[in-house]
Design a protein around this ligand. Sequence first.
Ligand SMILES: *[C@@H]1O[C@H](CO)[C@@H](O)[C@H](O)[C@H]1NC(C)=O
Ligand SMILES: *[C@@H]1O[C@H](CO)[C@@H](O)[C@H](O)[C@H]1NC(C)=O
Ligand SMILES: *[C@@H]1O[C@H](CO)[C@@H](O)[C@H](O)[C@H]1NC(C)=O
Length: 191
Amino acid sequence: MAAKTFLLFLFLSFSLAISLAHAAKPDGQPFSRTLRPQKLGKEKLSHFRFYFHDTVSGSNPSAVRVAEAAATNASTTGFGLVAVMDNPLTVGPQLSSKLIGRAQGMYASASQTELSFLMLFNFAFTEGKYNGSNLSVLGRNGVLSEVREMPVVGGSGLLRFARGYAQARTQERDVNTGDAVVEYNVYVFHY
Ligand SMILES: *[C@@H]1O[C@H](CO)[C@@H](O)[C@H](O)[C@H]1NC(C)=O
Ligand SMILES: *[C@@H]1O[C@H](CO)[C@@H](O)[C@H](O)[C@H]1NC(C)=O
Ligand SMILES: *[C@@H]1O[C@H](CO)[C@@H](O)[C@H](O)[C@H]1NC(C)=O
């Protein structure tokens, strides 16, 4: 008798488990599933080094001011300024050296007490193995510091799953025009 009750109990729990599983995926198609990360292969660490040309002056600037607050011009830090850039990236510090990609995105003056920008942009590579792959950067750029570090929050193409950091060092800056050349060293883990 006890054995029969136990078997019935087993059967009922089993049926319940099955109907719960069906309730969770009514059309038999789950909206998520777990994959084995081994399918991605081995994770690599890459170092990229290039120069970023932020040209704000002249008739053909690569970074343009698109917004500001009423108080922006009176602020010593340009607080409230927003600029959009499509800055060329080259292998050497000269703008005439080989173009390897562009830094596309925006920066906003986000400190009232020092010259510091919120940077929000993509490195879009157009040369070599990483042609067509991109990295996304989101960070704080206190431009008067010798080395600024900004997180790399993701990537696409060969740089999918990228995470790491970018270090920026101003190579030269024209105080009259505001034009700058910045060396970038970017370290990322990716597959
Ligand atoms: C701030 O200065 C810029 C550049 O000189 C000028 O174009 C802009 O109109 C000024 N903005 C305000 C709100 O005064
Ligand atoms: C980069 O990729 C684009 C699109 O596939 C292609 O048109 C271009 O020629 C490539 N550039 C280099 C330098 O290989
Ligand atoms: C990377 O950015 C370039 C240029 O904006 C774009 O053409 C390309 O499709 C992007 N790559 C991927 C893998 O999304």
